[in-house]
Design a protein around this ligand. Structure first.
Ligand SMILES: NC(=O)c1ccc[n+]([C@@H]2O[C@H](COP(=O)([O-])OP(=O)(O)OC[C@H]3O[C@@H](n4cnc5c(N)ncnc54)[C@H](OP(=O)(O)O)[C@@H]3O)[C@@H](O)[C@H]2O)c1
Length: 247
């Protein structure tokens, strides 16, 4: 076990979580790389971090499964040490009109995107309270503010993540735990692979900065929120969407 602070990034086998994990390693954290099915992706992330002489390990757990999350957090404690930073990034998106949206779709999305944040916070907060320090960043979405015509379940889950963030911040900040959120707009990952080339072009043309965001542009915001640079911020949501929220 080393002296570095430990960061758990959920859903870090690809996409935004992968780049957050790499960024936090660069920032000096030992990183626990959580994944659900993509072991190779998670192992690639840990290998890239270890190549630099830093510390990382992969952990398979479905964030929607509270027992699996408890076990993962206990394993991380044994392998790397107590978690000082939790980034609740794991999330799923299915493009569905309301007519096509089933109760199962709804439930799984809420279970992963919202209950997943609850399960992970529930598992790490007791140790943070003991140490009277900790940092939690929840990844929401611009759609949690704007709504969307093809993902009521997703937008509802991401909006709830904001209320969860503010509530935890109110309760836990007096005890040294800051809780903030990031609400990304469209970011270049597999999650937006639903977009047709026309939709992608249309999205770029209507985004004030005229591009789709990159995972690095979210990782840098997370890096700021878990750092001392943001020490007077809690319960906040930082929007990173190229201005699209204003359109
Ligand atoms: N990309 C965007 O445009 C965008 C915009 C706004 C918000 N977001 C949010 O940003 C976060 C990351 O999105 P992304 O675009 O990077 O998605 P992505 O490329 O689809 O990656 C999703 C990640 O989450 C993991 N995951 C999914 N379900 C999980 C579960 N039940 N337990 C543990 N891990 C799970 C996946 O693991 P496996 O690979 O192992 O299955 C993968 O590592 C999500 O919360 C998403 O809602 C994304």
């Amino acid at each position: 076990m080393s002296e570095n602070e430990v960061a758990l990034v959920t859903g870090a086998s690809r996409g935004i979580g992968r780049v957050i994990a790499l960024r936090l390693a660069l920032d000096g954290y030992d990183v626990a790389v959580n994944f659900l099915s993509n072991q190779d992706g998670a192992d690639e992330v840990t290998a890239r971090i270890e190549e630099k002489g830093w510390k990382a390990m992969s952990y398979k757990a479905d964030v929607a499964d509270s027992e699996a999350v408890e076990k993962m957090v206990s394993d991380i404690g044994n392998d790397l040490g107590q978690i000082g930073v939790l980034v609740n990034n794991a999330g799923i998106y299915q493009r569905r009109t309301f007519s096509d949206l089933s109760l199962d779709d709804w439930q799984r999305t809420i279970d992963v995107n919202l209950t997943g944040c609850f399960n992970c916070a529930k598992a790490v907060v007791p140790e943070m309270l003991e140490r009277e320090e900790g940092n939690i960043v929840n990844i929401s979405s611009m759609l949690g503010f704007k709504g969307t015509s093809h993902g009521a379940h997703y937008a509802a889950s991401k909006s709830a993540v904001i209320a969860f963030t503010k509530s935890l911040a109110l309760e836990l900040s007096p005890q040294g735990i800051r809780v903030n959120a990031v609400a990304p707009g469209a970011i270049e990952t597999e999650i937006i692979a639903y977009d047709s080339p026309e939709q992608r072009r249309g999205r770029i043309e209507t985004t004030p900065v005229r591009k789709v965001g990159q995972p690095e542009e979210i990782a840098s915001v997370v890096s700021f929120l878990v750092s001392e640079e943001s020490s007077y911020m809690t319960g906040e949501t930082l929007h990173a969407n190229g201005g699209y929220l204003m359109v």
